[in-house]
Design a binder for this molecule. Structure first.
Ligand code: ADP
Length: 472
């Protein structure tokens, strides 16, 4: 089944609604006009019959037809829209008297006896057209003395209603056609920018150049919004594509270095027979490089997980003091290799809303860096304190520090301050980007204070926990 275009749908539904509305509206107008007009005739005839019944008296069982002035009134003499035609029957159906205008028309109405003592209306079809006739029975001592008939010519009324019908028949299709033509023109002009957008978007898609954008057309607000949204989408896609290709390039570069080192040592070891000590040394180097690669791959996997849209953290209230007390032994073992002193200052009862696994990960990255970029015999201090701004989690070291101009970039993925010098420390340049992501997911802020040659302080400011009323 072919799907209708927007224009087709607009025309179809508008046409249908218009036809139904017009039919309903015209029917109501026609039938209510008809009812009002006929009601006026009924009333007129009722009134006439009432007057006649007062002047026409039965005499000894027979209706008399006095030469009353009523018969000379214009409405019973002339024709036209005010004319009322009268005819008096005797009880046996014999015509006793007719009005002048009926006489001149040369027609007679048929004899109808109403069943009750009420007016009986019916349509009288004659050679001179249709008449609405009202028949009123007159009784004399229980016996039917005669019937008075008053009639009104329906020709004018019928002509008027017929012309009304014809006007509807003729005007309705014209109105519908005009309205549909209007809708067609409006939809054609309104949808024209969409056709343009589709073809330009197709061109962009086929060329694969996502740096292009759709031209800002002078069109309706909806179309302008669509163009803006599509351009935002293109720029986001472009950013993501660049990020992906940069990420892949950086990741392969990071993995290539330990692989090259391991391969070099292997080739040297295999170039000629070596002592057991030499082989052991080579294997140690290879193990070291494999550990670095494992670390890089783990960080890469974590980063990829973070990038997926539906990565949600399970947040809960964390007792930071307990968590840190439990973490201190790990930090201590990290410090031991470099004979680094570990100090801590932990306020009792500090709490944050967070994800335990991620907070441990964050701590580990900061402490690893504080140890990695520290001097032998240096110090690392971990603090968790309650302040006016919220809970402060700080990791401070007495290491090499970071130059002020490098500070804004150290949180970028794969960024290292001095690539050749840092190589000796290991690391992939992913640690702080992961820290930043975790901080953002906790709606917290990260600050760095660093003095080259003196040391660095990484501070995370967690929001105060807002306890709802009635919680306690
Ligand atoms: P890496 O795995 O290389 O440590 P990070 O993302 O953790 O990567 O850090 C990025 C860079 O920031 C590091 O290469 C280093 O130059 C610098 N850096 C991070 N922490 C410290 C620190 N405590 N002291 C000095 N420099 C640091």
């Amino acid at each position: 089944m072919t799907t209708l275009t927007i224009k087709g749908k607009l025309l179809f539904w508008n046409g249908l609604i218009l036809i139904l509305t017009l039919v309903a509206l015209e029917s109501v107008m026609y039938f209510s006009t008809k009812k009002i007009l006929y009601e006026a005739v009924y009333n007129k005839l009722r009134q006439e019959l009432k007057e006649l019944s007062q002047i026409i008296e039965p005499y000894q069982g027979v209706l008399t037809s006095p030469d009353h002035t009523e018969w000379k009134e214009a409405e019973h003499v002339e024709f036209g829209e005010h004319a009322i035609y009268l005819q008096i029957f005797a009880g046996n159906g014999e015509i006793i008297k007719v009005s002048r205008n009926l006489e001149e028309l040369d027609i007679r109405f048929s004899f109808h006896i109403p069943e009750q003592k009420e007016i009986l209306f019916h349509i009288e079809k004659t050679a001179k057209g249709d008449f609405l006739s009202g028949n009123f029975p007159v009784y004399d001592r229980g016996r039917l003395a005669g019937v008075i008939t008053a009639a009104y010519a329906l020709t004018d009324l019928q002509t008027y209603l017929a012309s009304m019908r014809w006007q509807f028949y003729l005007l309705s299709p014209i109105c519908i056609l005009l309205a549909l033509a209007g809708i067609w023109v409006i939809s054609k002009f309104s949808l024209r920018p969409l056709t343009h957008i589709t073809s330009t978007a197709k061109e962009i898609m086929e060329s694969g150049d996502l740096t292009q954008s759709l031209p800002a057309a002078r069109a309706d607000r909806e179309v302008t919004e669509l163009v803006e949204t599509l351009n935002q989408l293109f720029s986001r896609l472009n950013k993501s594509m660049t990020q992906i290709s940069n990420f892949a390039a950086d990741a392969s570069h990071e993995l290539r270095t330990p692989l090259t080192i391991a391969r070099g040592h292997l080739e040297v070891a295999l170039s000629r027979p070596r002592s057991t000590g030499d082989y052991q040394q080579t294997l140690k180097v290879i193990r070291e490089e494999i550990l670095k690669m494992t670390n890089i791959i783990n960080n890469l996997l974590l980063t990829a997980r973070f990038d997926s849209e539906n990565f949600n953290l399970d947040m809960q209230i964390l007792h930071l003091d307990t968590l840190l007390e439990e973490y201190l032994p790990t930090a201590k073992s990290l410090c031991e290799d470099k004979q680094i002193r570990l100090c801590s200052q932990i306020d009792h009862g500090v709490q944050i809303v967070g994800n335990r696994e991620m907070i441990v990960h964050l701590l580990n990255n900061l402490v690893e860096n504080a140890v990695k970029y520290n001097h032998i015999d240096g110090a690392v201090t971990i603090r968790a304190t309650q302040s006016e701004r919220g809970v402060l989690l700080e990791v401070e070291d007495t290491g090499i520090g970071v130059e002020p101009e490098e500070l804004p970039r150290i949180f970028d993925r794969f960024y290292r301050v001095d690539k050749t010098r840092v190589r000796q420390f290991g690391g992939s340049g992913l640690g702080l980007s992961i820290v930043k992501w975790i901080v953002e997911k906790h709606s917290a802020q990260i600050e760095v204070e660093s003095r080259p040659g003196k040391g660095s302080l990484f501070r995370i400011v967690f929001q105060k926990i807002e306890y709802e009323e009635n919680t306690f």
